[in-house]
Design a protein around this ligand. Structure first.
Ligand code: CP
Length: 304
């Protein structure tokens, strides 16, 4: 029976740490991995826009020696003729050894894993989960802090619809974190995630102000307000520019504090932050290649 990665809960703490260790080896030796997946075919099927996730999965597959098939616009596929997700997945799993899928519908990746004959990697399903982003976030946190344990993570912005914060919160629960949730009332962390933390005795505080509230933070995890998840455009207009991090707001923060962002950014991080020693988001996106190499290789039984 093959294993898929749909939710971060599909990986144990040991598996998460294994992925991070393998990714570190791949980062150190990325030009010498061509034999690992030679003759394998990876399908990247994206029903929603993406830059980083799709291209880093394709790069990861190419670095491992696999061939890549797929689409980045379902409008050019038979989905536009009414083909169901069930039929699409059954077909693609006849062609590929592993499927990477992004879809706007929450639960679609889990459904796909139930009808597929090959492993599925969830590359984002609506506002639900984005587990490979979480693994590269964990990798980035460990690379910059030297550890995952006992860190204060300040999550900022759209904590309601931002699937990356939901997955990251769950993964960090293995490592004794403390959370600060900085969000406007309209975009607060959903109750189910707060219950998850309470059940595990993990402390969190909720704030609405960003300015003046960064000094205790080890990781400042900025997020974009997810325009595409709003049903009412007026509601989006009210909150779209609620936070804008500027370089001057970073005075007095911990010397090793790092700013992460899953990207794309819109207005929430000013470009004057990019040249500060705290900005890590572009390197974070690069780390996605090594972590996705590790995930693909692991799911295809090619890591020790
Ligand atoms: N972080 C992330 O998922 O970016 P993309 O939407 O560009 O893939």
């Amino acid at each position: 029976m093959h294993k898929s990665l749909i939710s971060i809960h599909d990986f144990s703490k040991e598996e998460i740490l294994h992925i991070l260790d393998v990714a570190k080896k791949f980062e150190a030796d990325k030009y010498n991995c061509q034999d690992i997946l030679r003759s394998k075919v990876i399908a990247c099927i994206f029903f929603e826009p993406s830059t980083r996730t799709r291209l880093s999965f394709e790069t990861a597959s190419n670095r491992l020696g696999a061939r890549v098939i797929g689409f980045s616009d379902a409008g050019n596929t038979s989905v536009s003729k009414g083909e169901s997700l069930n039929d699409t997945i059954k077909m693609v799993s006849n062609y590929a050894d592993l499927i990477v899928m992004r879809h706007p519908l929450e639960g679609s990746a889990r459904y796909a894993s139930e009808v597929s004959s090959v492993p599925i990697i969830n590359a984002g399903d609506g506002a639900n989960q984005h587990p490979t982003q979480t693994l590269l976030d964990l990798y980035s946190i460990r690379q910059t802090q030297g550890k995952l344990e006992n860190l204060t993570i300040n999550m900022v912005g759209d904590l309601k619809y931002g699937r990356t914060v939901h997955s990251l919160l769950q993964a960090m629960s293995h490592f004794n974190p403390e959370f600060i949730f900085t969000a406007p009332e309209e975009l607060k962390m959903p109750v189910e995630y707060k219950v998850f933390l309470k059940e595990r005795g993990i402390p969190f505080t909720e704030r609405t102000e960003l300015s003046g509230n960064i000094q205790d933070t080890d990781i400042l995890y900025m997020t974009r307000v997810q325009q595409e998840r709003f049903t009412d455009p007026m509601e989006y207009e009210k909150v779209k520019d609620v936070y804008r991090l500027t370089a001057s707001m970073l005075e007095g923060c911990k010397s090793n504090m790092k700013i992460l962002h899953p990207l794309p950014r819109v207005n929430e991080i000013s470009e004057d932050v990019d040249t500060t020693p705290y900005a890590y988001y572009f390197k974070q996106a690069e780390n996605g290649v090594y972590v996705r190499m590790a995930i693909i290789a692991y799911l295809l039984g090619k890591t020790k």
